[in-house]
Design a protein around this ligand. Structure first.
Ligand code: LLP
Length: 401
């Protein structure tokens, strides 16, 4: 929901751009902190979801930790002031250079995804005369009931260590003097809204910690990963992810022993609703079978719809402004409809790819060249996945005041 002053400001700004509503971000982070601190849970922000500097600074100011998946993310987290004791480093393919960087930064924990990676981190730590904190990322074979492109916890996925390899893990850990075993790590997928899935995950985590303890290991950290989903359909009426129910499931079903810490790595739920991609209609093509709205933003600015068939709400803001203020057709380029009829448009971008389509058959009021279009819930995996394909300008950002 944008007020008229904000839409006027958009009118004066070159499109396309990401608009960050810092109040939405603040309220979301507040809700996350309140809901997690009730149980003494530790939340690391998954930097990959959005590393816009202002966004990251605000998240850091709340005292969350950082979950990183590259050396550069580790570096950025430290530069943004995250406590190194709260930085974790995951990823199925950490390079030697990245591991060395993280060792030099003395981060809290590496989430390790293979037996070979354990050996390499041990060797690199030994060369520096250091001991690396590690958690074993286990693939729990739990179905996340989400889009298969963003499911990570099934046997068929490349992530984590499968349970039948745990004997190898135990043996390797016993002989690696430069590793300090901290605990176990999981991440089963993203955009998960079914709390039953987390309950199943808790069951698997409980089994896994029994396994490790039966094999002589002490578990300090239970890291459940991220994945909490948001409501892409109702960004205004349901703008804050259900942190309450999410943390409650873990408090209820996770078997947390004295001295253990429970860690989370949330990305999307913390940032998704705080941004919209604002674009303008360049051309309207009325075909015999289809009407197209051709925007000045495309898959180079927001890739999710093209990559995962992801739904984002699409709104015509110029029409909203016109209806709100009773402006005339000339003033606003868009006729104010006296009736509330809509037209179906395929909303597409300017990129030379057929897949460059935000959504087909979107019901919108009749739209015109120059109208402002908002693509909502774009704060997570939006700006960070922008590309320079077609030699496009890097997408700009503006912020609420
Ligand atoms: N921890 C690990 C190890 C992860 O791989 C991820 C996300 C997270 C935490 C944070 O997950 P979240 O809370 O944001 O669901 N680009 C895709 C999503 C990819 C998620 C990758 N891993 C999308 O736009 O839907």
């Amino acid at each position: 929901m944008f007020n008229n002053n904000t839409i006027q400001r958009f009118n004066d700004t070159e499109t396309p751009f990401y608009y960050y509503d810092m109040d939405v971000l603040r309220n979301t982070l507040d809700a996350c902190r309140d809901a997690s601190s009730k149980y003494g849970f530790h939340v690391h922000y998954a930097m990959k979801a959005n590393f816009n500097p202002k966004v990251v600074d605000m998240i850091q100011s709340f005292g969350f930790g950082a979950d990183c998946v590259s050396g550069n993310e580790v570096k950025a987290a430290i530069e943004h002031g995250f406590d190194k004791e709260k930085v974790v480093f995951a990823g199925v393919g950490k390079s030697d250079k990245e591991i060395n960087l993280a060792l030099d930064a003395n981060i809290f924990c590496f989430n390790v995804e293979s037996v070979q990676e354990l050996e390499i981190i041990n060797d690199l730590a030994k060369a520096k005369n250091k001991v690396a904190g590690i958690a074993i990322r286990i693939n729990p074979n739990v179905d996340a009931h989400t889009h298969h492109f963003i499911t990570t916890g099934l046997d068929e996925n490349k992530f984590g260590i499968n349970t039948w390899q745990l004997n190898d893990v135990a043996e390797t850990l016993r002989k690696c003097d430069n590793l300090k075993f901290l605990g176990i790590h999981f991440h089963i997928g993203s955009q998960i809204t079914d709390m039953e899935v987390y309950r199943n995950l808790c069951t698997r985590i409980n089994e896994m910690q029994d396994w490790f303890e039966n094999h002589g290991f002490t578990i300090k950290i239970l890291n459940t990963g991220g994945g909490l989903g948001v409501d892409y359909y109702n960004p205004d009426t349901n703008g804050i992810a259900d942190f309450e129910s999410y943390f409650k499931v873990f408090s209820k079903f996770l078997n947390v022993k004295p001295g253990q810490e429970v860690h989370f790595e949330l990305g999307r739920a913390m940032v998704a609703q705080s941004a919209s991609l604002i674009s303008r209609v360049l051309y309207v093509k009325n075909g015999q079978k289809k009407n197209f709205l051709i925007l000045d933003a495309g898959m180079t600015e927001l890739m999710r719809p093209m990559l995962y068939q992801a739904y984002h709400a699409i709104e015509n803001l110029s029409k909203q402004l016109a209806v709100g203020s009773g402006q005339s057709e000339q003033e606003n380029h868009s006729p104010v409809s006296t009736h509330h009829s809509t037209i179906k448009y395929d909303v597409v971008g300017p990129i030379c790819e057929s897949t460059d389509c935000f959504r087909k058959d979107v019901d919108l009021p009749q739209s015109y060249r120059g109208d402002l279009i908002a693509i909502r819930t774009a704060g997570a995996y939006g700006e960070v996945m922008a590309s320079g394909y077609n030699l496009r300008d890097h997408v700009q950002s503006i912020y609420s005041e």
